[in-house]
Design a protein. Structure first.
Length: 230
């Protein structure tokens, strides 16, 4: 029994950083949501020309499944891809928390009255009650959607699965569009998230800088006398 437990721990111990970060993120974000009172209003002129389209609440909510499924797949299938995707996502989420802490922000884009009465506007209303229009910049919905798509598109596991990569791209784009079409974000939040995701793509996927550092660290530990292999 003890050997079995030890085996599973060694096999899945890479979940520990994910769990720790997830707890830290939720506590930090929850604190920000409860305490923010004064904030800088984010708005660009183009925001006023974007229509409210409640049906896009569907891809907006699918984001939660998209991110969770992507992380879970790589957690089980490929430690390198898992490490890269977590590095990508955690970096952006940490920057978001720091920005929200140092420079609280929000917007006034939400409609005061729903223009229609249907299942989608009902879902948007529930979403509005659960998520305040503060702590928005940069958009984590946009950033993490791109992170998930990059992870899928660059993974060897999907090289011969064009349909999955296309479906991921369609979902990613739909989620990005949803952030402004249901008035959850300003275009400013979206554009800054795109810029940040582009920079992280170059670091994590284009040049493999983070993974190379990890492999160099692992190799050094293996060469040390008495060190355990990771």
């Amino acid at each position: 029994m003890a050997l079995t437990a030890k085996k599973y721990f060694q096999q899945y111990r890479h979940a520990i950083p994910l769990i720790i970060y997830f707890v830290i993120y939720l506590v930090w974000f929850g604190h920000l949501e409860r305490t923010v009172k004064h904030y800088q209003v984010i708005h660009v002129a183009l925001d006023d020309y974007i229509p409210f389209c409640e049906v896009f609440v569907v891809p907006y909510l699918l984001w939660f499944i998209y991110v969770a499924a992507t992380i879970a797949f790589f957690f089980l299938k490929d430690k390198d891809d898992y490490f890269k995707s977590c590095t990508f996502l955690f970096t952006g989420m940490t920057i978001f928390l720091l920005v929200s802490t140092i420079a609280p922000n929000g917007h006034h884009l939400r409609p005061y009255v729903m223009p229609r009465d249907n299942i989608f506007t009902t879902l948007v209303s529930y979403l509005y009650r659960a998520d305040t229009p503060t702590n928005l910049w940069p958009s984590i919905h946009v950033y993490n959607s791109l992170g998930c798509h990059f992870a899928i598109a660059k993974s060897k596991h999907f090289e011969n699965h064009k349909g999955i990569r296309i479906a991921s791209l369609i979902l990613c784009v739909s989620i990005i569009m949803s952030t402004v079409l249901i008035k959850q974000h300003s275009l400013f939040d979206v554009m800054t998230a795109l810029i940040m995701a582009t920079i992280m793509y170059l670091i994590v996927y284009r040049y493999d800088l983070i993974l190379n550092l990890k492999h160099n660290y692992d190799n050094k530990k293996k060469r040390k006398p008495g060190s355990a292999a990771l």
